[in-house]
Design a protein around this ligand. Sequence first.
Ligand SMILES: C[S@@+](CC[C@H](N)C(=O)[O-])C[C@H]1O[C@@H](n2cnc3c(N)ncnc32)[C@H](O)[C@@H]1O
Length: 200
Amino acid sequence: MANLLGRQLRKPTGIFGRIVAKMMTSRNKAYYSNIIRELAVSPGDRIFEIGYGPGLGVYQIASSGDCTVHGIDFSSLMHKEASRRNRKFISKGQVVLHYGDLLTAKPAHTPYDKVFCVNVVYFWSDLSKAFGCVHAMLAGGGSFLIFMAGSAYLNALPFTSDFCKYSIETVVDTLKSVGFDQVSFTENDGYYVRATRKHP
Ligand SMILES: C[S@@+](CC[C@H](N)C(=O)[O-])C[C@H]1O[C@@H](n2cnc3c(N)ncnc32)[C@H](O)[C@@H]1O
């Protein structure tokens, strides 16, 4: 049962996936509020979310005004749910939600000013590859923001045996190794990490 929950968090499917999506929508509100504050959306920003899940973050950012929000998720269930939640923004072209894997997709609208993800890094066994993909999507001076739970917290949960439980040091070092600049983080019920792509 615990492993089933872990698998569903990685890629929600079917009826259980719908339940897990409801759980994520209520549990992760605070993480989204914090990361959206960190994003400091400016008029005209091109923003991209990796692993948007039920689409709550996309909805909140698109509601806040004059920016475009794109994203990718490799769960077809989450693609459907997030598309339903964001249909009014999709119909006017402010939101574009892709169905696919960040690690193999070629996002069509690069570069982005801000890329972010909430509770997704645990599912990337090759962190350098994933961070390299994000680096390539960003404009010079653009930012990548991550929310991730700490490894000690994840270790205490029964359903995380298949998760990659990265330490904050590993995440920071890997970001620097793929070319990010000015990597910093704050701790608040998990870690909010910020990394900037150098200006060309
Ligand atoms: C634990 S859920 C988090 C969902 C949402 N960010 C939240 O916090 O409520 C992880 C999400 O990331 C997606 N995901 C994981 N790895 C991915 C990848 N390589 N490419 C695209 N989506 C991915 C999953 O399908 C899932 O919707």
